[in-house]
Ligand binder design. Sequence first.
Ligand code: MRU
Length: 314
Amino acid sequence: MIETLYWKNNCLYLLDQTKLPHKIEYVECNNYREVIHAIKTMVVRGAPAIGVTAAYAMALAELEGENMDIAGEEIKAARPTAINLFWAVDKVLENIKNGNTAVDTAIQMEKDDISINKKIGEYGNTIIDENDTILTHCNAGALACAGYGTALGVIRAAHEDNKNINIICDETRPVLQGARLSVFEMQQENIPVRLIVDGAAGHMMQKGEVDKVIIGADRVAKGGVANKIGSLMVALAAKRYDVPFYVAAPISTFDFENNIFDTTIEQRNADEVLKINGKYISKEETKVENPAFDIVESDLITGIITEEGIKKAL
Ligand code: MRU
């Protein structure tokens, strides 16, 4: 699998996910402000990947001799919903206080993220049956993490265990992480995959074509899970048609302090909705709502697959 990010000669290289699947290009970040820009513009995206990237932004700030508390606040402001961003910055600050460097912390966090995802994969594989068709939304794969993936990590683990599985990816309007990234990851692994438009998920479940849904999470808290816009509609359809609905997420995505409805839902640019391939699909002046995430309530969730086992939603 192509690397989502790597650290070399005190520089962070980020795979430009806005160009996938057509181009494989890395953006070189020499200072922490370039990393913030890359997070904002979704060169790098996905909760765990944003977390590890934020840790490397802190590493660059340290090398630049910046005030780490101020840099930390700027990095935290890059995107509001994925808790991993806040978790990673706080962890770096705590480690610095304990005499470690931000660089070493970030390198360790990157390694840990991959081993945690493999553990999630191991637990997740226990709920996958032979010939399962699994529907996923957005991209909770290797590209959304330092590697391997959470929801797609479970799928990878089942595939590595030689289970015959079929995947259905929602395209995931408006940024198309499903069509551009999840389908790409599945094709790279030779895992059978079909792409559907978001509105087809209910229809596929109604026809009995989906055995399980597995998605990732940007935040897990009391009351439910925040994930990519459209996750709620998938969960509601899954409840209606008795399709088990799983979330795969590391413990670093859990917010044990707040209620999920206190999560700030990122509102993104209207052009993401108004334009396709740079062309307006509605009049330029059309009013747009573009929430990037929604909340799946706990009673819609069968289980949360973590590195510590499969847990009940909070
Ligand atoms: O806006 P994005 O692409 O950062 O949103 C990503 C998602 O919603 C993922 O499902 C989530 O971060 C989990 S990634 C393992």
